[in-house]
Design a protein around this ligand. Sequence first.
Ligand code: ADP
Ligand code: MG
Length: 269
Amino acid sequence: MHIFAIANQKGGVGKTTTAVNLAAALAQAGQRTLLVDLDPQGNATMGSGIDKRALTRSVYQLLVGLQPLSEVRLTSPAAAFDVLPANRDLAGAEVELVDLDLREMRLKAALREHHDEYDFVLIDCPPSLSMLTLNGLCAAHGVIIPMQCEYYALEGLSDLVNTIKKVHANLNRDLKIIGLLRVMFDPRSTLSNQVSAQLEQHFGDKVFKTLVPRNVRLAEAPSYGIPGVLFDKAAKGAQAYLAFAQEMIERAKSWESAETTAKGGSSAS
Ligand code: ADP
Ligand code: MG
């Protein structure tokens, strides 16, 4: 099971769009996938075709220990992946978690019991570095960072990279940056191309090969409760997320073979 947090403390950078479309694309490729909505806005829930206003249980109950994962998860009516849904109730978890034991580790503990049921778990984080995001980062093996190629993108990135380093040092030795995903990309913009080249220079193969273009069909899909990759398969945005899923599956294969080698070999580092 590969667990990835999709994080960037900035809002509106394409986290939820990436989480929902990657989940749907992985599911379409036959991967057993769970999408965790950790944002009280519930956009990933709605984008998966689940009405956040009609939830009887949500990831809130899971985090505070009132319900097990099996009672909270739903299957997306639009695609073949499972969802731990969220709505405004989750905002309360922030306060309540403070008094609980191992408050950063609640999601990790819940997922551990289901580790052989999924190939990929994607966690859609809220636009903050809060206790909810911390639960996402502690549960994850890696972080996928969606970003727009604009001037201030690099500045925000250093805060996030520092947070990931701190979590790695203090709470989760497994955590690493899997990659930066360039989203809402405009190939005709000189600035987009410059920032994109800068990213490749600084981060090398931590920059995913897939580029997600700005594409209105991806923005329209959530209002129909259908992931963009299914809403209009032929659209450029959908094609990009389908390619991104293949890129993730390829990477997952290479980690798995590296793991097998390490286990068979003498020492692990
Ligand atoms: P976040 O979760 O980081 O706040 P969202 O995924 O909700 O960001 O995206 C913010 C807005 O941008 C949404 O209205 C979404 O539909 C739109 N959007 C995201 N990615 C794209 C894209 N590649 N092309 C066009 N619109 C996009
Ligand atoms: Mg979001």
